[in-house]
Design a protein around this ligand. Structure first.
Ligand code: G4P
Length: 287
């Protein structure tokens, strides 16, 4: 079904991230992971479970504004069943972010009581924030802190210095060990990361990416193609033919009878990024 693509891999970043997490873990009470709600599995580094050891864990399903609400609800139940505290957020607008501090306090209620019984009343809780580049960590932290605390808009591969961000009198966030590289363990994972802009799509062949995305859409959300591009996707067409069909509908003509598939691929990916295709998740939990 899928055409071959080249996916760039940066093993050095991964080792560095792991070391930073290990070094800083002893200083925090809990570990909070940000995931892209459209691809919670693909945007989650499976090594986290080993790295985080037995620290209490919170999962933030971010970008809920772009994800299918019914599928996000299933992911929430899925991770809760595994023992994580789970919060749904749209860090860009701030939706759900207000639930963060209370969720941390609930998660660490026992620890707080412990501290209090040792006479450490009002001790600050420290939370490490993790997530792959571009998942929304800076935006989330800024919203939680209610001011411009972290620098948003960092591009993949840019490492920042470690910083503690004070949220309120009882809560500090550790931003940075944060830069956790995604794991492209399969072609499919790499593709989902590229479609959602977690990795730079221009290291990939855009046309192939667009064509494969069309196939995914036809499988999961055929109505989205119909509504946005005004044609019912033919089950016998390949991804490039679907792109061509959309290009025709859009009038992306290059010469007589020839349509601009590359432009259509860029348009499709751009419109998904902007949420113009609707709220579409790319993977669902096996529940
Ligand atoms: P990072 O620290 O994890 O690397 O990510 P960062 O906060 O820089 O966020 C990356 C981009 O994702 C930012 O957009 C940010 O506005 C956007 N973003 C973060 N959270 C959400 C969310 O919940 N919903 C939506 N729709 N967007 C979110 P940017 O750099 O301005 O670029 P663009 O992605 O908007 O083009």
């Amino acid at each position: 079904m899928y055409e071959k693509m080249n996916i760039q891999w940066f093993p050095g970043h991964m080792t560095k991230a792991q070391r930073m997490i290990e070094e800083n873990l002893k200083m925090v009470d809990a570990v909070c992971e940000l995931l892209d709600a459209r691809i919670p599995r693909a945007s989650r580094n499976p090594d986290i479970d080993r790295l985080a050891g037995d620290k209490p864990r919170l999962i933030i399903l971010n970008r809920i504004d772009l994800a299918d609400p019914a599928i996000t609800a299933r992911w929430k139940r899925y991770y809760e069943a595994k023992g994580f505290a789970v919060l749904e957020t749209d860090a860009k607008s701030g939706k759900g972010v207000g639930g963060f501090a209370p969720a941390v306090r609930r998660l660490l209620a026992e620890k707080l009581r412990d501290y209090e019984s040792k006479g450490q009343v009002g001790r600050t809780l420290r939370v490490m924030i993790l997530g792959i580049p571009n998942v929304g960590k800076s935006t989330f932290i800024n919203k939680v802190a209610g001011r411009k605390a972290a620098i948003a808009g960092d591009r993949p591969g840019v490492t920042r210095g470690k910083q503690w961000i004070n949220i309120d009198s009882g809560l500090d966030l550790l931003d940075t060990p944060g830069i956790l590289w995604p794991r492209f363990d399969s072609q499919e994972v790499g593709e989902m990361l590229a479609i959602t802009n977690a990795i730079k799509a221009d290291v990939l062949d855009k046309e192939t990416l667009g064509a494969n995305f069309m196939l995914r859409l036809r499988e999961m959300y055929p109505k989205a193609i119909e509504e946005r591009y005004k044609f019912a996707p033919d089950p016998d067409m390949n991804g490039f033919e679907l792109l061509e069909q959309a290009a025709k509908k859009r009038g992306f003509l290059v010469s007589k009878g020839e349509y601009d598939i590359e432009r259509m691929a860029n348009t499709l990916l751009g419109e998904y990024h902007e949420g113009k295709l609707g709220r579409l998740s790319l993977e669902a939990p096996n529940d």
